[in-house]
Design a protein around this ligand. Structure first.
Ligand code: BG6
Length: 479
Protein backbone atom coordinates (compact mmCIF):
# COMPACT_ATOMS: atom_id res chain seq x y z
CA UNK A 1 0.00 0.00 0.00
CA UNK A 2 1.13 3.58 -0.69
CA UNK A 3 2.71 5.35 2.25
CA UNK A 4 0.41 7.80 3.99
CA UNK A 5 1.18 11.51 3.78
CA UNK A 6 -0.44 11.93 7.17
CA UNK A 7 1.34 11.36 10.48
CA UNK A 8 0.33 8.23 12.42
CA UNK A 9 -1.27 10.23 15.19
CA UNK A 10 -3.21 12.50 12.81
CA UNK A 11 -6.48 13.60 14.42
CA UNK A 12 -9.22 12.62 11.94
CA UNK A 13 -12.71 13.51 13.03
CA UNK A 14 -15.54 15.99 12.88
CA UNK A 15 -16.54 19.35 14.32
CA UNK A 16 -19.70 20.66 15.96
CA UNK A 17 -20.82 23.78 17.80
CA UNK A 18 -23.06 23.68 20.87
CA UNK A 19 -25.74 25.99 19.53
CA UNK A 20 -26.01 24.19 16.21
CA UNK A 21 -26.45 20.68 17.61
CA UNK A 22 -27.36 20.55 21.30
CA UNK A 23 -30.85 22.09 21.42
CA UNK A 24 -32.26 21.94 24.97
CA UNK A 25 -31.64 25.66 24.98
CA UNK A 26 -32.94 26.26 28.49
CA UNK A 27 -32.56 22.76 29.92
CA UNK A 28 -30.38 21.94 32.90
CA UNK A 29 -30.34 25.54 34.10
CA UNK A 30 -28.88 26.99 30.88
CA UNK A 31 -29.34 30.71 30.32
CA UNK A 32 -30.34 32.28 27.03
CA UNK A 33 -27.45 32.65 24.56
CA UNK A 34 -27.00 35.26 21.82
CA UNK A 35 -27.47 32.57 19.17
CA UNK A 36 -30.85 31.63 20.66
CA UNK A 37 -32.08 34.96 19.30
CA UNK A 38 -31.33 34.04 15.67
CA UNK A 39 -34.45 32.98 13.78
CA UNK A 40 -34.55 31.35 10.37
CA UNK A 41 -35.63 33.50 7.45
CA UNK A 42 -35.04 37.02 6.23
CA UNK A 43 -34.40 38.69 9.58
CA UNK A 44 -31.51 36.45 10.51
CA UNK A 45 -28.79 38.23 8.52
CA UNK A 46 -29.56 41.68 9.95
CA UNK A 47 -29.64 40.33 13.49
CA UNK A 48 -26.27 38.64 12.95
CA UNK A 49 -24.95 42.03 11.88
CA UNK A 50 -26.12 43.69 15.10
CA UNK A 51 -29.62 44.90 14.41
CA UNK A 52 -31.33 43.00 17.24
CA UNK A 53 -35.03 43.75 17.78
CA UNK A 54 -35.34 42.23 21.28
CA UNK A 55 -33.38 40.26 23.86
CA UNK A 56 -35.99 37.59 24.03
CA UNK A 57 -37.30 35.18 21.40
CA UNK A 58 -40.29 36.64 19.54
CA UNK A 59 -43.71 35.08 18.94
CA UNK A 60 -44.14 33.82 15.40
CA UNK A 61 -40.44 33.29 14.68
CA UNK A 62 -38.71 29.92 14.47
CA UNK A 63 -35.43 29.62 16.35
CA UNK A 64 -33.53 26.54 15.17
CA UNK A 65 -31.00 26.47 18.03
CA UNK A 66 -33.74 25.84 20.58
CA UNK A 67 -34.05 22.20 19.64
CA UNK A 68 -31.41 21.83 16.94
CA UNK A 69 -30.79 18.08 16.51
CA UNK A 70 -31.20 17.33 20.24
CA UNK A 71 -27.58 16.29 20.61
CA UNK A 72 -27.98 17.21 24.30
CA UNK A 73 -30.11 14.08 24.78
CA UNK A 74 -28.83 11.91 21.93
CA UNK A 75 -25.08 12.39 22.07
CA UNK A 76 -24.40 8.78 23.07
CA UNK A 77 -26.07 7.44 19.95
CA UNK A 78 -24.25 10.02 17.80
CA UNK A 79 -20.86 9.38 19.35
CA UNK A 80 -21.30 5.65 18.78
CA UNK A 81 -21.71 6.44 15.07
CA UNK A 82 -18.63 8.69 15.08
CA UNK A 83 -16.71 5.87 16.76
CA UNK A 84 -17.92 3.46 14.07
CA UNK A 85 -16.40 5.81 11.48
CA UNK A 86 -13.16 5.59 13.42
CA UNK A 87 -13.00 9.18 14.67
CA UNK A 88 -9.87 10.06 16.60
CA UNK A 89 -11.19 13.48 17.59
CA UNK A 90 -14.44 15.36 17.95
CA UNK A 91 -14.46 19.13 18.09
CA UNK A 92 -17.29 20.50 20.23
CA UNK A 93 -17.89 23.79 21.98
CA UNK A 94 -19.04 24.53 25.50
CA UNK A 95 -22.06 26.82 25.72
CA UNK A 96 -20.93 29.55 28.11
CA UNK A 97 -24.55 30.05 29.29
CA UNK A 98 -24.77 26.39 30.39
CA UNK A 99 -21.95 27.04 32.82
CA UNK A 100 -22.77 30.61 33.83
CA UNK A 101 -26.42 31.18 32.80
CA UNK A 102 -26.22 34.95 33.17
CA UNK A 103 -22.43 35.10 32.93
CA UNK A 104 -22.04 36.51 36.44
CA UNK A 105 -23.04 33.84 38.94
CA UNK A 106 -20.65 33.35 41.83
CA UNK A 107 -20.83 29.58 41.40
CA UNK A 108 -21.06 27.75 38.08
CA UNK A 109 -24.13 25.73 37.17
CA UNK A 110 -23.31 22.17 38.22
CA UNK A 111 -25.81 20.61 35.82
CA UNK A 112 -24.15 22.31 32.88
CA UNK A 113 -20.69 21.23 34.02
CA UNK A 114 -21.92 17.67 34.50
CA UNK A 115 -23.33 17.56 30.97
CA UNK A 116 -19.90 18.23 29.45
CA UNK A 117 -18.25 15.83 31.90
CA UNK A 118 -20.56 13.11 30.65
CA UNK A 119 -20.02 14.11 27.03
CA UNK A 120 -16.22 14.00 27.35
CA UNK A 121 -16.39 10.68 29.23
CA UNK A 122 -18.44 9.22 26.43
CA UNK A 123 -15.88 10.39 23.86
CA UNK A 124 -12.95 9.06 25.85
CA UNK A 125 -14.71 5.72 26.29
CA UNK A 126 -14.53 5.44 22.49
CA UNK A 127 -10.93 6.73 22.35
CA UNK A 128 -12.08 9.96 20.75
CA UNK A 129 -10.09 13.01 21.76
CA UNK A 130 -12.30 15.98 22.68
CA UNK A 131 -11.20 19.22 21.00
CA UNK A 132 -12.98 22.02 22.80
CA UNK A 133 -13.81 25.57 21.70
CA UNK A 134 -14.48 27.93 24.59
CA UNK A 135 -16.68 30.29 22.57
CA UNK A 136 -18.34 29.28 19.34
CA UNK A 137 -20.57 32.23 18.48
CA UNK A 138 -22.24 32.48 21.86
CA UNK A 139 -22.51 34.99 24.67
CA UNK A 140 -24.98 34.85 27.59
CA UNK A 141 -27.76 37.28 26.64
CA UNK A 142 -27.75 38.78 30.14
CA UNK A 143 -24.24 40.11 29.45
CA UNK A 144 -25.35 41.69 26.21
CA UNK A 145 -28.19 43.48 27.96
CA UNK A 146 -26.14 44.58 30.92
CA UNK A 147 -22.76 45.41 29.38
CA UNK A 148 -23.24 45.55 25.62
CA UNK A 149 -21.22 42.34 25.35
CA UNK A 150 -17.62 42.51 24.11
CA UNK A 151 -17.64 46.28 23.63
CA UNK A 152 -17.18 46.38 27.41
CA UNK A 153 -13.91 45.52 29.18
CA UNK A 154 -15.91 43.79 31.92
CA UNK A 155 -16.31 40.83 29.55
CA UNK A 156 -12.61 40.03 29.81
CA UNK A 157 -12.86 39.35 33.52
CA UNK A 158 -16.07 37.31 33.20
CA UNK A 159 -14.67 35.25 30.34
CA UNK A 160 -11.54 34.56 32.34
CA UNK A 161 -13.63 33.17 35.20
CA UNK A 162 -15.56 31.00 32.75
CA UNK A 163 -12.40 29.78 31.02
CA UNK A 164 -10.67 28.96 34.29
CA UNK A 165 -13.73 27.11 35.53
CA UNK A 166 -13.91 24.77 32.56
CA UNK A 167 -10.15 24.38 32.18
CA UNK A 168 -9.90 23.28 35.82
CA UNK A 169 -12.90 21.03 35.64
CA UNK A 170 -11.85 19.17 32.49
CA UNK A 171 -8.09 19.27 32.84
CA UNK A 172 -7.77 15.48 32.94
CA UNK A 173 -10.11 14.94 30.01
CA UNK A 174 -9.41 17.63 27.43
CA UNK A 175 -5.97 18.20 25.91
CA UNK A 176 -6.90 20.29 22.86
CA UNK A 177 -8.51 23.67 23.39
CA UNK A 178 -9.39 26.66 21.25
CA UNK A 179 -10.41 30.13 22.38
CA UNK A 180 -12.77 31.99 19.98
CA UNK A 181 -14.25 30.31 16.94
CA UNK A 182 -13.55 32.25 13.73
CA UNK A 183 -12.48 35.28 15.71
CA UNK A 184 -12.36 37.36 12.50
CA UNK A 185 -16.13 36.87 12.08
CA UNK A 186 -16.53 39.77 14.48
CA UNK A 187 -15.80 42.20 11.63
CA UNK A 188 -18.41 40.69 9.32
CA UNK A 189 -21.26 39.50 11.52
CA UNK A 190 -20.60 41.29 14.82
CA UNK A 191 -23.60 39.98 16.73
CA UNK A 192 -22.82 36.42 15.73
CA UNK A 193 -19.12 36.80 16.43
CA UNK A 194 -19.26 38.90 19.57
CA UNK A 195 -22.82 39.63 20.68
CA UNK A 196 -22.50 43.26 19.49
CA UNK A 197 -25.67 45.26 19.02
CA UNK A 198 -25.55 48.71 17.43
CA UNK A 199 -27.66 51.76 17.84
CA UNK A 200 -27.98 54.96 15.81
CA UNK A 201 -24.85 57.07 16.02
CA UNK A 202 -22.48 54.27 17.08
CA UNK A 203 -18.97 54.36 15.68
CA UNK A 204 -19.32 50.79 14.45
CA UNK A 205 -15.70 50.27 13.38
CA UNK A 206 -14.31 51.57 16.64
CA UNK A 207 -16.67 49.37 18.66
CA UNK A 208 -15.73 46.34 16.58
CA UNK A 209 -11.99 46.81 17.06
CA UNK A 210 -12.43 47.63 20.74
CA UNK A 211 -14.41 44.39 21.12
CA UNK A 212 -11.68 42.62 19.15
CA UNK A 213 -9.08 43.91 21.58
CA UNK A 214 -11.13 42.62 24.50
CA UNK A 215 -11.45 39.19 22.88
CA UNK A 216 -7.73 39.11 22.14
CA UNK A 217 -6.90 39.92 25.76
CA UNK A 218 -9.46 37.35 26.96
CA UNK A 219 -7.94 34.81 24.58
CA UNK A 220 -4.45 35.47 25.98
CA UNK A 221 -5.78 35.03 29.51
CA UNK A 222 -7.32 31.70 28.54
CA UNK A 223 -4.00 30.62 26.98
CA UNK A 224 -2.21 31.61 30.19
CA UNK A 225 -4.68 29.70 32.35
CA UNK A 226 -4.48 26.64 30.11
CA UNK A 227 -0.68 26.59 30.22
CA UNK A 228 -0.70 26.91 33.99
CA UNK A 229 -3.49 24.43 34.69
CA UNK A 230 -2.88 21.81 31.99
CA UNK A 231 0.78 21.89 30.98
CA UNK A 232 0.37 18.89 28.68
CA UNK A 233 -2.47 20.50 26.70
CA UNK A 234 -2.38 22.59 23.53
CA UNK A 235 -4.51 25.67 23.11
CA UNK A 236 -5.04 27.36 19.78
CA UNK A 237 -6.79 30.22 18.06
CA UNK A 238 -9.33 29.79 15.28
CA UNK A 239 -9.46 31.68 12.00
CA UNK A 240 -12.09 31.67 9.28
CA UNK A 241 -9.45 31.19 6.60
CA UNK A 242 -9.41 31.15 2.82
CA UNK A 243 -6.86 33.33 1.08
CA UNK A 244 -7.86 36.27 -1.08
CA UNK A 245 -6.81 36.04 -4.71
CA UNK A 246 -6.27 39.28 -6.64
CA UNK A 247 -8.50 39.26 -9.72
CA UNK A 248 -5.66 40.52 -11.94
CA UNK A 249 -1.93 41.20 -11.70
CA UNK A 250 -2.63 44.92 -11.48
CA UNK A 251 -0.58 45.97 -8.41
CA UNK A 252 -3.70 47.67 -7.04
CA UNK A 253 -5.47 44.31 -7.02
CA UNK A 254 -2.45 42.59 -5.50
CA UNK A 255 -2.27 45.18 -2.75
CA UNK A 256 -5.97 44.93 -2.07
CA UNK A 257 -5.70 41.14 -1.81
CA UNK A 258 -2.96 41.58 0.76
CA UNK A 259 -5.02 44.07 2.72
CA UNK A 260 -8.07 41.83 2.69
CA UNK A 261 -6.01 38.93 4.01
CA UNK A 262 -4.57 41.16 6.69
CA UNK A 263 -8.04 42.10 7.86
CA UNK A 264 -8.26 38.48 9.07
CA UNK A 265 -4.60 37.81 9.80
CA UNK A 266 -4.65 40.78 12.16
CA UNK A 267 -6.31 38.65 14.84
CA UNK A 268 -3.94 35.74 14.44
CA UNK A 269 -0.91 38.01 14.27
CA UNK A 270 -1.82 39.18 17.77
CA UNK A 271 -2.73 35.72 19.07
CA UNK A 272 0.26 33.95 17.57
CA UNK A 273 3.00 36.56 17.32
CA UNK A 274 1.87 38.38 20.45
CA UNK A 275 1.67 41.95 19.24
CA UNK A 276 -0.32 44.34 17.14
CA UNK A 277 1.17 44.48 13.64
CA UNK A 278 2.24 47.82 12.18
CA UNK A 279 -0.46 47.74 9.51
CA UNK A 280 -3.15 47.50 12.23
CA UNK A 281 -1.74 50.48 14.09
CA UNK A 282 -1.74 52.43 10.85
CA UNK A 283 -5.32 51.35 10.13
CA UNK A 284 -6.44 52.65 13.54
CA UNK A 285 -4.65 55.93 12.90
CA UNK A 286 -5.93 56.39 9.35
CA UNK A 287 -9.50 55.72 10.42
CA UNK A 288 -9.23 57.75 13.56
CA UNK A 289 -10.11 54.80 15.78
CA UNK A 290 -9.36 55.22 19.43
CA UNK A 291 -8.83 51.74 20.84
CA UNK A 292 -8.40 51.71 24.59
CA UNK A 293 -5.71 49.32 25.81
CA UNK A 294 -4.82 48.98 29.45
CA UNK A 295 -1.31 48.94 30.79
CA UNK A 296 -0.20 45.34 30.98
CA UNK A 297 -2.18 44.28 27.89
CA UNK A 298 0.82 44.38 25.57
CA UNK A 299 2.86 42.22 27.91
CA UNK A 300 0.02 39.77 28.42
CA UNK A 301 -0.44 39.37 24.66
CA UNK A 302 3.29 38.94 24.16
CA UNK A 303 3.70 36.29 26.84
CA UNK A 304 0.68 34.16 26.09
CA UNK A 305 0.63 33.18 22.46
CA UNK A 306 -1.21 30.18 21.08
CA UNK A 307 0.29 26.73 20.54
CA UNK A 308 -1.38 26.04 17.21
CA UNK A 309 -3.44 27.74 14.53
CA UNK A 310 -6.89 26.23 14.11
CA UNK A 311 -8.73 27.26 10.98
CA UNK A 312 -11.81 26.64 8.92
CA UNK A 313 -11.43 26.40 5.18
CA UNK A 314 -14.45 26.25 2.88
CA UNK A 315 -13.28 28.33 -0.06
CA UNK A 316 -10.85 30.92 -1.31
CA UNK A 317 -11.95 34.49 -1.96
CA UNK A 318 -11.32 36.86 -4.85
CA UNK A 319 -10.96 40.62 -4.84
CA UNK A 320 -10.62 43.44 -7.36
CA UNK A 321 -10.33 47.21 -7.41
CA UNK A 322 -12.23 47.43 -10.69
CA UNK A 323 -15.82 48.62 -10.10
CA UNK A 324 -17.04 46.68 -13.14
CA UNK A 325 -15.57 43.41 -11.86
CA UNK A 326 -16.89 44.14 -8.40
CA UNK A 327 -20.44 43.85 -9.72
CA UNK A 328 -19.96 40.12 -10.00
CA UNK A 329 -20.02 39.10 -6.33
CA UNK A 330 -20.83 35.54 -5.26
CA UNK A 331 -23.96 35.26 -3.22
CA UNK A 332 -23.81 33.69 0.21
CA UNK A 333 -20.28 34.72 1.05
CA UNK A 334 -19.95 36.57 4.33
CA UNK A 335 -16.48 37.70 3.35
CA UNK A 336 -17.61 39.47 0.23
CA UNK A 337 -15.89 37.72 -2.64
CA UNK A 338 -16.02 38.26 -6.37
CA UNK A 339 -16.98 35.19 -8.37
CA UNK A 340 -13.85 33.37 -9.49
CA UNK A 341 -14.36 32.46 -13.17
CA UNK A 342 -12.15 29.38 -12.81
CA UNK A 343 -14.16 27.81 -10.01
CA UNK A 344 -17.58 26.25 -9.51
CA UNK A 345 -19.90 27.10 -6.64
CA UNK A 346 -22.13 25.18 -4.28
CA UNK A 347 -25.90 25.61 -4.27
CA UNK A 348 -25.41 28.29 -1.62
CA UNK A 349 -22.91 30.22 -3.74
CA UNK A 350 -19.81 29.09 -1.83
CA UNK A 351 -16.82 28.77 -4.14
CA UNK A 352 -15.27 25.32 -4.42
CA UNK A 353 -11.48 25.52 -4.47
CA UNK A 354 -9.57 22.45 -3.24
CA UNK A 355 -6.19 23.85 -4.24
CA UNK A 356 -6.99 26.88 -2.09
CA UNK A 357 -6.70 24.53 0.90
CA UNK A 358 -3.07 23.86 0.01
CA UNK A 359 -2.40 27.54 -0.69
CA UNK A 360 -4.02 28.69 2.55
CA UNK A 361 -2.26 26.06 4.67
CA UNK A 362 1.11 26.99 3.14
CA UNK A 363 0.53 30.68 3.72
CA UNK A 364 -0.43 30.13 7.35
CA UNK A 365 2.61 27.93 7.82
CA UNK A 366 4.94 30.47 6.23
CA UNK A 367 3.51 33.23 8.37
CA UNK A 368 3.31 31.56 11.78
CA UNK A 369 5.57 28.51 11.78
CA UNK A 370 3.26 26.74 14.20
CA UNK A 371 1.28 23.52 13.95
CA UNK A 372 -1.96 23.91 12.00
CA UNK A 373 -5.24 22.17 12.71
CA UNK A 374 -7.96 22.12 10.04
CA UNK A 375 -10.94 22.29 12.38
CA UNK A 376 -13.62 22.88 9.74
CA UNK A 377 -14.08 22.00 6.08
CA UNK A 378 -17.06 20.57 4.28
CA UNK A 379 -19.76 20.80 1.70
CA UNK A 380 -23.23 22.12 2.54
CA UNK A 381 -25.81 20.53 0.27
CA UNK A 382 -29.50 19.79 0.18
CA UNK A 383 -29.40 15.99 0.42
CA UNK A 384 -32.50 14.27 -0.83
CA UNK A 385 -33.10 10.60 0.01
CA UNK A 386 -33.76 8.43 -3.06
CA UNK A 387 -36.69 6.02 -3.48
CA UNK A 388 -35.04 3.55 -1.10
CA UNK A 389 -34.39 6.24 1.47
CA UNK A 390 -30.64 6.22 0.71
CA UNK A 391 -28.51 9.32 0.35
CA UNK A 392 -25.85 9.01 -2.30
CA UNK A 393 -23.88 12.14 -1.56
CA UNK A 394 -21.18 11.68 -4.19
CA UNK A 395 -20.86 15.47 -4.52
CA UNK A 396 -19.82 15.64 -0.85
CA UNK A 397 -17.36 12.79 -1.22
CA UNK A 398 -15.90 14.54 -4.25
CA UNK A 399 -15.49 17.85 -2.39
CA UNK A 400 -13.94 16.26 0.69
CA UNK A 401 -11.68 13.93 -1.27
CA UNK A 402 -10.20 16.80 -3.27
CA UNK A 403 -9.67 18.92 -0.18
CA UNK A 404 -8.07 16.11 1.79
CA UNK A 405 -5.78 15.39 -1.16
CA UNK A 406 -4.62 19.02 -1.20
CA UNK A 407 -4.14 18.92 2.57
CA UNK A 408 -1.88 15.91 1.99
CA UNK A 409 0.05 17.94 -0.59
CA UNK A 410 0.48 20.74 1.94
CA UNK A 411 1.94 18.22 4.37
CA UNK A 412 4.33 17.12 1.63
CA UNK A 413 5.22 20.81 1.22
CA UNK A 414 6.43 20.72 4.81
CA UNK A 415 3.37 22.14 6.53
CA UNK A 416 2.78 20.66 9.97
CA UNK A 417 -0.94 19.79 10.11
CA UNK A 418 -2.00 17.87 13.21
CA UNK A 419 -5.59 17.05 12.40
CA UNK A 420 -8.69 17.43 10.29
CA UNK A 421 -12.17 17.69 11.75
CA UNK A 422 -14.67 18.11 8.95
CA UNK A 423 -17.63 20.35 9.65
CA UNK A 424 -20.93 18.87 10.80
CA UNK A 425 -20.22 15.13 10.62
CA UNK A 426 -23.89 14.76 11.47
CA UNK A 427 -26.41 17.20 9.93
CA UNK A 428 -26.83 20.27 12.11
CA UNK A 429 -28.34 23.74 11.88
CA UNK A 430 -26.58 26.07 9.42
CA UNK A 431 -24.94 29.03 11.13
CA UNK A 432 -25.42 31.49 8.29
CA UNK A 433 -28.99 30.66 7.29
CA UNK A 434 -30.43 28.67 10.19
CA UNK A 435 -31.58 26.03 7.72
CA UNK A 436 -31.48 22.30 8.35
CA UNK A 437 -31.46 21.55 4.65
CA UNK A 438 -27.93 22.94 4.28
CA UNK A 439 -26.41 19.66 5.36
CA UNK A 440 -22.77 18.70 5.86
CA UNK A 441 -23.09 15.31 7.54
CA UNK A 442 -22.02 11.75 6.95
CA UNK A 443 -25.12 11.07 9.04
CA UNK A 444 -28.52 12.30 7.95
CA UNK A 445 -30.94 13.74 10.50
CA UNK A 446 -34.63 13.63 9.75
CA UNK A 447 -35.58 17.23 10.41
CA UNK A 448 -36.60 20.04 8.10
CA UNK A 449 -36.22 23.82 8.11
CA UNK A 450 -39.45 24.28 10.02
CA UNK A 451 -38.52 21.84 12.76
CA UNK A 452 -40.59 18.87 11.54
CA UNK A 453 -39.21 15.34 11.47
CA UNK A 454 -38.42 12.41 13.72
CA UNK A 455 -34.76 13.36 14.34
CA UNK A 456 -33.88 9.82 13.31
CA UNK A 457 -30.24 9.38 12.30
CA UNK A 458 -29.20 7.39 9.20
CA UNK A 459 -25.94 6.85 7.37
CA UNK A 460 -25.25 8.51 4.03
CA UNK A 461 -22.95 7.03 1.39
CA UNK A 462 -20.15 9.29 2.66
CA UNK A 463 -20.23 7.50 6.03
CA UNK A 464 -18.46 4.39 4.74
CA UNK A 465 -16.22 6.55 2.56
CA UNK A 466 -14.92 8.61 5.50
CA UNK A 467 -14.56 5.45 7.58
CA UNK A 468 -12.24 4.09 4.88
CA UNK A 469 -10.30 7.37 4.67
CA UNK A 470 -9.64 7.22 8.39
CA UNK A 471 -8.82 3.51 8.53
CA UNK A 472 -6.22 3.95 5.76
CA UNK A 473 -4.92 7.18 7.31
CA UNK A 474 -5.84 9.15 4.22
CA UNK A 475 -4.30 6.75 1.68
CA UNK A 476 -7.58 5.55 0.16
CA UNK A 477 -9.64 8.57 -0.82
CA UNK A 478 -11.69 6.64 -3.36
CA UNK A 479 -13.64 4.57 -0.82
C1 BG6 B 1 -18.23 28.40 10.04
C2 BG6 B 1 -18.71 28.26 11.44
O1 BG6 B 1 -18.38 29.75 9.69
O2 BG6 B 1 -18.86 27.73 9.01
C3 BG6 B 1 -19.76 27.20 11.66
O3 BG6 B 1 -17.69 28.16 12.38
C4 BG6 B 1 -20.66 27.11 10.44
O4 BG6 B 1 -20.45 27.49 12.85
C5 BG6 B 1 -19.81 26.72 9.25
O5 BG6 B 1 -21.75 26.27 10.59
C6 BG6 B 1 -20.57 26.47 7.97
O6 BG6 B 1 -21.40 27.54 7.69
P1 BG6 B 1 -22.94 27.34 7.42
O7 BG6 B 1 -23.48 28.70 7.37
O8 BG6 B 1 -23.05 26.63 6.15
O9 BG6 B 1 -23.48 26.57 8.57
Amino acid sequence: MTKSQFPNDFLWGGALAANQCEGAYLAGGKGLSSVDLLPTGDKRRNIMKGDVPAFTPLEGEFYPSHEAIDFYNRYKEDIALFAEMGFKALRVSIAWARIFPTGEEVLPNEEGLQFYDDLFDELLKHNIEPVVTLAHFDVPVALIEKYGSWRNRKMVELFEVYAQTVLKRYKDKVKYWMTFNEINMLLHLPFLGAGLVFKEGDNVKEIQYQAAHHQLVASALAVKACHELIPDAMIGCMLAAGSFYPYTCNPDDIFQGMEKDRESYFFIDVQSRGEYPGYAKRFFKDHNLNIVMESGDAELLKNNTVDYIGFSYYSSRTTSTDPEVQKNMTSGNVFGSIANPYLAKSEWGWTIDPKGMRITANQLHDRYQKPLFVVENGYGANDVPDANGEINDDYRIDYLKRHIAEMGEAIEDGVNIIGYTSWGPIDIVSASTGEMKKRYGYIYVDRDNEGNGTLKRSKKKSFAWYQRVISTNGVDLEG
